[in-house]
Design a protein around this ligand. Structure first.
Ligand code: ZN
Length: 187
């Protein structure tokens, strides 16, 4: 019994080693984000990408530390204030919430996320929910870059015209095809 347990543990470790990839995220903020928003965003992103075998590691864009040997590096610039303000009235929102740079049609590891626009778009009732909404927008852009796909589907995370409820609903996840594309893209 003891031998079997050790064998099972070793096999599990080997499987994890084969499927786990690391993405270094270099995050830059125009304004210091609220800790509650940032924490909720990182927690949501971890739960979205872990099933794809992807581990996101966070670094400051302005002063990146030694990155180790990540499988991918992506810079994410957050414009506007990533803060929840309960007194801010809902604003009319026009334009995209985030975008990934392209040069000659090729996706670049440069994502811009408009915090102010997302905040106005979802009108989140708390810091935690604003963080969740930001995470899903970031996840959408990371998916584009990591899979090198510019097309969209009708899934909650990969649709072209995202709705506030897609960003705030309690549970969201990449579907099986998306997880497969992420695993393939980061292999
Ligand atoms: Zn898109």
């Amino acid at each position: 019994m003891v031998k079997w347990t050790w064998a099972a543990l070793l096999l599990a470790g080997a499987a994890l080693g084969q499927t786990s990839s690391t993405v270094a995220v270099l995050a830059g903020f125009d304004a210091t984000p609220a800790p509650g928003v940032l924490g909720a965003m990182q927690t949501e992103l971890r739960s979205l990408f872990t099933p794809a075998g992807l581990s996101l590691e966070w670094y400051a864009l302005e002063a990146p530390a030694f990155l180790g040997r990540p499988d991918a590096v992506v810079a994410v610039r957050f414009t506007g204030a990533c803060r929840w303000d309960w007194v801010s009235p809902p604003l009319p929102v026009a334009g995209v919430l985030a975008w990934t740079a392209r040069i000659d049609g090729q996706l670049q590891p440069l994502v811009t996320v408009d915090c102010a626009r997302i905040s106005a778009f979802v009108d989140a009732p708390s810091e935690a929910l604003l963080g969740r909404a930001l995470a899903r927008v970031v996840a959408h852009e990371l998916y584009h870059y990591l899979t090198r796909q510019v097309t969209h589907t009708h899934s909650a995370l990969n649709r072209l015209s995202v709705r506030p409820r897609d960003l705030l609903a309690p549970a969201a996840h990449f579907d099986a095809a998306e997880l497969a594309a992420l695993k393939k893209g980061s292999a």
